[in-house]
Design a protein around this ligand. Structure first.
Ligand code: FAD
Length: 295
């Protein structure tokens, strides 16, 4: 078997954000930061990326940790691993669609190394944490030489493997607002096999109801792997707003989503199949989110 070695690189291990930014400024386009390396090292072995300097962010304590504050909500350090999210009772309780997503990602080994920040910064259309973070109203904090800025996850992605993140910026944390009362969500993922596979379609739904848990007062639906970036589908949300949620309304929302999605055909699935599955999974995700609110 032919095993490709990593190309040669110089290794740097900063322990603070300013130190990392200094290294990024010094080496510019010749450098790449990494966290778990589960995307970047594969790309380097395939010679898709050949950075001469690798800046490992994992020694920066300020980028770690899951915190919850009654006023601010949830804060996830960019280096939070997928396994840490999976093990977190707080994430399961307060950010259910995100918890659903990480339990279906990759393998235990990859989840142990891979981070939520790395999943977003890789910016692939099938990134599993993106649709849940969009429906949860999350934003990311980006820090660069000119200071900090906050960007909603919904407007973070600009194209396949492209985002608003500048080459000299680090994603430091993800903020998720405190969950509302009488609200819940779900993430469903279609794969060719039950584990270790990327999404053919990913669907996240979030619903908030009135105090009688009858009328839907807020609906958010986001899709992954069916457009150049993860997308929010307002047309599906309109089908639910200020209405009672039932099978036929959920089906209507599914139909609306299947009309606006723009998947490609590739070796993994055809465009037509992906559109049909969007219709099915949006309906199921909405009904699952509703079930979680009323149970
Ligand atoms: C076998 C296998 C299965 C996989 N399955 C899935 C799956 O089911 N679903 C899925 O969505 N993904 C999957 N992936 C992809 C990958 O594991 C995840 O996207 C993971 O979350 C990436 O995180 P990382 O920390 O390893 O990223 P890295 O490889 O360290 O970095 C990825 C990119 O983001 C940049 N970056 C990382 N952190 C930061 C930061 N804080 N600030 C700025 N830039 C940063 C890096 O420069 C690099 O360009 C899989 C990968 C493998 C190898």
């Amino acid at each position: 078997m032919f095993i490709r070695r990593l190309p040669r690189f110089e290794y740097h291990a900063p322990v603070t954000i300013p130190e990392a930014l200094k290294l990024m400024a010094r080496y510019g386009r010749k450098a790449s930061v990494f966290a778990g390396g589960t995307d970047l090292l594969v790309a380097m072995k395939n010679r898709e990326k050949v950075p001469e300097h690798l800046i490992n962010l994992k020694g920066i304590a300020a980028l770690k940790g899951i915190r919850f504050d009654e006023k601010k909500g949830m804060t996830l350090g960019a280096l939070t691993t997928l396994a840490e999210l999976e093990r977190s009772a707080l994430v399961k309780e307060k950010c259910r669609p995100l918890w659903d997503a990480v339990t279906m990602m990759a393998s235990p080994q990859v989840r142990t190394l891979g981070t939520v920040g790395g999943n977003l910064c890789g910016a692939v259309p099938s990134a599993d944490t993106a649709p849940p973070l969009i429906v949860l109203g999350a934003s990311v904090k980006l820090v660069g030489p000119k200071g900090k800025r906050s960007v909603p996850v919904e407007s973070f992605f600009t194209g396949p493997k492209e985002s608003v993140l500048k080459k000299n910026e680090i994603l430091t944390e993800i903020s998720i607002p405190k969950p509302a009362k009488w609200a819940s969500g779900a993430y469903l993922k279609l794969m060719r096999r039950n584990a270790l596979d990327l999404a053919l379609v990913g669907v996240a739904a979030y619903l908030r109801f009135d105090s009688n848990k009858k009328v839907c007062k807020e609906a958010k639906v986001a899709l992954g792997a069916v457009a150049p970036t993860p997308i929010r589908v307002f047309e599906a949300e309109k089908a639910l707003m200020d209405k009672e949620v039932n099978e036929s309304r959920a089906a209507e929302a599914g139909k609306a989503a299947s009309v606006v999605c723009r998947p490609i055909s590739d070796v993994r699935a055809s465009q037509e199949y992906r559109c049909s599955m969007v219709e099915v999974l949006v309906k199921r995700a909405i009904l699952e989110a509703y079930k979680r609110v009323i149970c």
